[in-house]
Design a protein around this ligand. Structure first.
Ligand code: N2P
Length: 432
């Protein structure tokens, strides 16, 4: 491990000292978001296509905001990163992205052009009303935000509403994604369900609602649920659920697919639902930041990730859904034991009743009650301040037990050391 660390540090040092970065590609992606061996296969493929050697330096993040602030503040020279929709919007607004040039890739291997899904293209056009995000980003994975629940303790009916998060029956049993926007959206949708039903507001309008009044309402709701919160998790919630630690998790559909499968292997029955009030549908896309130093390799990397066999392997290993709209992807997911879902919105005609996992690919009716999040610009700070108030306020009983135990240990250690000191003094006095 130590040797590996020294080698990585030496590689990074060599890269930063050399001005020629053509042999290195720096990728910054979400954790647990790529199949085994895909990176080294890309390195080989790149050599076959271009005759040039490439070494990928691969780093991961768990939270959109961490990734963004590294690029905004530190001007990190990542060549390709994978933000979510509202962050792509923000990066576009602040001129942080380079336009993509796929004309530079030979037609025969231009997988992006071949496998584009019209649904994804349409949703990407909605990302930023001013600038077409399709010119700056290629979708990687997408999904919904919902609830993973353990059917031994939670009924389908209880999980069918976001209200379940604050249900007193689930004290200390709820895991919540440490992703402020992905929690804010669904909670606001839940709180405004009456206005939504009456047509006084639309889902899309709520996704841009950063008013003080709405932030305060979400804060109040989350604080009312704090006794239920077992933890705010960046990426461990899915694993905890498989071990039966926590019975509910506000989470992404891809983590749900992974958790449901792992849990089944150890006899734990988990399910996933997008509550009936509605939720968010999200898209993560590859982009090339303006501080990139190897645009050519970044462009090839994005293209490689759109190759159908690579997309299928990434899906199968991570649990997330590839944005690749090729019919072969659908065929690879057909499972007659699953209920039929309507995926015509994604795969087109002929896909209105296909037997695939509805957690992986949401049915058209689910998509119709979901909306895309939008960037809040400067108002994001108000959200982050609210988020830390909610989390800071969330010391649950376990936190108090740990703090109490630590205090007792400190007091005990101080008492023992004082006692030893006194004993040393009195034996010195006796000797004199
Ligand atoms: C996978 C993270 C998925 C990101 N660990 C969802 N936007």
């Amino acid at each position: 491990m130590r040797r590996l660390f020294i080698a990585a540090a030496a590689l990074l040092a060599a890269i930063s000292c050399s001005s020629d970065r053509s042999g290195v590609l720096k990728v910054y992606n979400w954790s647990d978001y790529i199949g085994e061996g895909i990176i080294s296969e890309f390195e080989q493929w790149y050599k076959e296509q271009t005759g040039e050697d490439i070494t990928v330096v691969y780093q991961t993040f768990d939270v959109n905001e961490t990734m963004l602030s590294k690029i905004e503040k530190g001007h990190e020279d990542y060549d390709v990163v994978c933000p979510s929709d509202y962050i792509i919007e923000r990066m576009l607004n602040s001129g942080l992205l380079l336009p993509l040039d796929f004309a530079s890739i030979p037609d025969s291997i231009n997988y992006i052009a071949k496998n584009r899904s019209p649904y994804i293209e349409k949703m990407f056009r909605e990302i930023n009303p001013e600038i077409d995000a399709n010119d700056y980003s290629v979708a990687y994975m997408w999904g919904t935000t919902g609830i993973i629940y353990n059917t031994k303790y939670v009924t389908d009916e209880e999980a069918s509403t976001w209200d379940v998060i604050s249900n007193p029956k689930f004290k200390d049993q709820v895991l919540i994604k440490d992703a402020p926007r992905d929690v804010y959206g669904p909670v606001l949708i839940y709180l405004k369900q009456k206005e939504l039903k009456e047509g006084k507001v639309t889902l899309q309008e709520l996704m841009s609602d950063s008013s003080d009044e709405s932030i305060a309402a979400v804060e109040e709701y989350l604080k009312s649920a704090k006794d239920n919160v077992l933890g705010w998790e960046a990426d461990f919630g899915k694993d905890q659920m498989t071990k039966g630690r926590g019975v509910l998790s506000l989470n992404w559909s891809g983590d749900a697919v992974w958790a449901i499968e792992e849990a089944a292997a150890v006899g734990v029955d988990l399910k996933y639902v997008v509550p009936e009030e509605g939720s968010t549908v999200w898209f993560d896309g590859w982009v090339i930041p303006k501080y990139a130093k190897n645009v050519k390799a970044a462009t090839y990397f994005i293209d490689f990730m759109c190759r159908t066999d690579i997309a299928i392997r990434n899906m199968d290993e991570t649990g997330y859904v590839a944005s690749n709209g090729a019919w072969e992807v659908l065929e690879s997911q057909i499972d007659e034991e699953q209920d039929a879902v309507d995926l015509s919105y994604f795969f087109g005609e002929g896909a209105d009743s296909v037997h695939v996992d509805g957690t992986l690919y949401p049915d058209k009716a689910v998509i119709e009650r979901c909306a895309l999040e939008h960037d809040w610009g400067a108002d994001t700070d108000k959200l982050l301040a609210m988020w830390s108030r909610v989390k800071g306020d969330n010391a649950n009983s376990m936190t108090y037990i740990i703090i109490g135990a630590l205090l007792l240990a400190i007091i005990a250690a101080a008492a023992v050391s004082a006692h030893k000191k006194r004993a040393r003094h009195s034996s010195k006095r006796r000797r004199r």
